[in-house]
Design a protein around this ligand. Structure first.
Ligand code: IPE
Ligand code: IPE
Ligand code: MG
Length: 238
């Protein structure tokens, strides 16, 4: 139904283009990742004024391990640094942080920092920031199916009760609403394994801006465009 004032309650972003941003400046790819990390803070801060309650960002995919060892190690170092540096700001700004993705493959020092930040900000409610780290939509659905099968084998779940309301309870995102708007920067029009189940009815915005150039003004403009879209969810507009 058309509603001129609608605001996306949950925005998910595929932060892409850091490498190209650096390449254009003849700098190493990691310089682009550092520039990109700076934008995250700006975008999180812009959420309350825009009415965005949930922000989910794709930081590292299950496929990103295929990159060079130097880039992967640099990114892991950057994630640790980001958590250490931003923890206090996030706490004071009322941001509740959660991580989604498979933690098993991540180094223990990083997992400790992730757990610590989740715990530190657990009572916050102004903005819910979810960081997808070693996240893949297929991997998430597969892990959910595995846990569900286990519950069935333990007699805790009757297969007859499996439906599209029970299944998402097993996903990493079980406490989050589905995204209303998914933004991908850098001009690529693909999902790259992000929130496959959850984005079934999301609106998509593929924009050319590279992630390190994604300012709060660009964010506000894209969120504003969502306001005039007509979402149908399979129905016929009345
Ligand atoms: C996105 O930027 C960040 C991560 C995937 C970690 P890229 O590193 O994919 O940048 P491009 O796509 O090579 O420009
Ligand atoms: C998707 O970007 C993953 C993240 C933004 C973390 P990629 O750059 O890895 O995706 P592809 O390789 O272009 O599909
Ligand atoms: Mg990319």
């Amino acid at each position: 139904m058309k509603d001129q004032t609608q605001v996306p309650k949950h925005v998910a972003i595929i932060m892409d283009g850091n490498g190209r941003w650096a390449q254009m400046r003849r700098r190493p790819r990691l310089v682009g990742h550092h520039a990109g990390a700076k934008r995250v803070r700006e975008v999180v801060r812009a959420c309350p004024d825009l009415g965005v309650k949930y922000l989910t960002i794709f930081a590292f995919s299950t496929e990103n391990w295929k990159r060079t060892q130097t880039e992967v190690a640099g990114l892991m170092k950057l994630f640790k640094r980001y958590i250490r540096r931003e923890a206090q700001n996030l706490l004071e700004e009322g941001v509740r942080v959660r991580f989604i993705g498979d933690r098993v493959k991540l180094e223990p020092a990083l997992v400790d920092l992730m757990d610590g930040l989740e715990l530190l900000t657990a009572d916050n409610d102004k903005v819910h920031l979810t960081i997808a780290l070693n996240y893949g939509g297929r991997d998430e659905v597969t892990r959910a199916a595995k846990r569900m099968a286990y519950d069935v084998s333990m007699g805790k779940l009757n297969p007859r009760d499996v439906c599209d309301e029970t299944f998402p309870k097993y996903l990493d995102t079980h406490v989050l609403p589905d995204p209303d708007l998914v933004i991908r920067t850098s001009g690529e029009a693909r999902i790259s394994n992000f929130l496959l189940w959850q984005s079934a009815y999301a609106e998509y915005e593929f924009i050319d801006t590279l992630w390190p150039d994604f300012t709060s003004e660009v964010f506000a403009e894209v969120v504003g465009r969502f306001g005039v879209r007509e979402r149908r969810f399979g129905a016929v507009p009345v």
